[in-house]
Write a protein that binds this ligand. Structure first.
Ligand SMILES: C[S@@+](CC[C@H](N)C(=O)[O-])C[C@H]1O[C@@H](n2cnc3c(N)ncnc32)[C@H](O)[C@@H]1O
Length: 387
């Protein structure tokens, strides 16, 4: 099976966890880039990347790279590509463009030039052209134009990989599934400790945690991937990957709670749809009044950031969260993501780690609080005595 370059796109801050996931799949020449990781692999690796990578948004297969100095050159180079290798007349296509170049004020113009090149090539050869369908195309083509450098790729994923397929209900601010999985992997958790999300909303972090702990591939619930529409789709090969034996034993606890009964109902629906009702427990509960459901666990949570709250309410909420953690959750490791600097300060605990991430357009800090028994100072003294 021939090998080729593959590019996995991700969210800012998740590049290194994605590179670790890619290395674990056995890929070669793994290179961390900006919001992406490139690597070398064959068709099997490309299918596996789509099916197994928790922190990838898209898996692209570059088919041409060239320099352009004006808009016509983009059209000319795009027209030289033998599109019949990738696209048949009966299939629809769409172009997705990322452009940072003075040549095009708008990425839509770059998409149009490539679309025209493909349509004209087919029309000149056959008198007909494949149809364009922006919403649900058979084949997606990606244009990446950075200054003068252009890469044209086939998008092997189709719909973004954060659309796992298990979500049937969402609250007001569900976290992106790729971000949720990335946060969990950044903490180093793979099921070692019991897991709690006390502000779980529609349950995304819980479901991603259960999938990690049980070894369920993130592509398991998807109905389709882009590569299934390609002329070279190898159904037998993908069937072997899909039906592989990945699941692990996990007998730990994964518990979610939320103050909102509506969110817990949504979380229950999503958990049931992911066939994880036996793994994830859910309850309506105000975190501020919560007693730990187990000892020495990990908390990973995504509280409100305060966009729809008064500034005073957000600092009060985070102060109460900090007090709850300090007074009742000694022995836990708590990870909190938020875009609210005031909120995070109000927790009143010194973070052991801070990681910069984005939740959509919001710059966030993902902070780890180690909740020692006794004061932090005591634990340092204990460590000194042991040494
Ligand atoms: C940003 S949302 C969490 C979204 C969730 N990660 C998801 O993917 O759907 C914040 C959640 O915190 C909950 N919340 C706010 N105050 C709370 C409290 N005192 N105790 C428990 N949950 C609370 C809200 O009901 C909301 O569901």
């Amino acid at each position: 099976m021939s090998k080729f370059k593959i590019v996995a796109k991700t969210l800012a801050g998740l590049e290194n966890v994605l590179a670790d996931e890619i290395r674990a799949l056995g890929a070669e020449s793994v290179l961390v880039e900006r919001r992406a990781v490139s690597f070398v692999g064959n068709q099997e690796m490309m299918y596996k990347a789509n099916f197994h990578l928790r922190t990838a948004i898209k898996i692209l297969k570059p088919i041409a790279e060239f320099e352009v100095t004006n808009r016509d050159e983009l059209y000319d180079h795009a027209k030289e590509i033998p599109w019949t290798n990738y696209l048949a007349l009966g299939k629809s296509f769409a172009i997705d463009a990322t452009v940072q170049s003075e040549m095009f004020v708008n990425s839509m113009f770059a998409s149009l030039r490539v679309k025209d090149a493909i349509a004209d090539q087919f029309r000149e050869a056959t008198g007909k052209r494949p149809s364009v369908n922006s919403d649900d195309p058979d084949i997606r083509i990606n244009v990446h134009l950075m200054n003068n450098h252009c890469t044209l790729s086939l998008d092997s994923s189709g719909e973004s990989l954060h659309k796992r397929g298990y979500r049937i209900g969402q609250g007001e601010a569900p976290i992106n599934e790729v971000l949720a999985a990335g946060m969990i992997l950044l903490t180093g958790w793979h099921g070692e400790k019991d897991f709690l999300d006390p502000m779980c909303g529609s349950g995304t972090l819980l479901i991603e945690a259960a999938m990690i702990a049980k070894g369920i591939p993130p592509g398991m619930y998807r109905k389709s991937f882009g590569f299934e529409q390609w002329p070279d789709f190898d159904q037998k090969l993908f069937g072997e990957i899909y039906n592989g034996d990945y699941e692990k034993e996990f007998d730990g606890k994964i518990i979610g709670s939320d103050i909102s009964p509506m969110d817990i109902a949504l979380a229950k629906a999503n958990v049931k749809n992911a066939s994880l009702s036996k793994v994830i427990e859910l309850q309506v509960q105000d975190f501020i009044k919560m007693e730990p459901p187990f000892a020495n666990g990990i908390i990973i949570t995504n509280p409100p950031y305060g966009e729809r709250m008064k500034p005073q309410s957000i600092t009060e909420l985070y102060t109460s969260m900090g007090n709850t953690l300090k007074n009742r959750f000694a022995g836990f490791e708590a990870w909190i993501i938020s875009s609210s600097e005031d909120g995070l300060k109000s927790i009143g605990l010194k973070p052991a780690k801070k990681i910069d991430l984005y939740n959509g357009a919001l710059a966030c800090s993902f902070r780890c609080f180690e909740l020692f028994r006794g004061t932090h100072k005591d634990s340092v003294i204990i460590k000194k005595r042991v040494l």
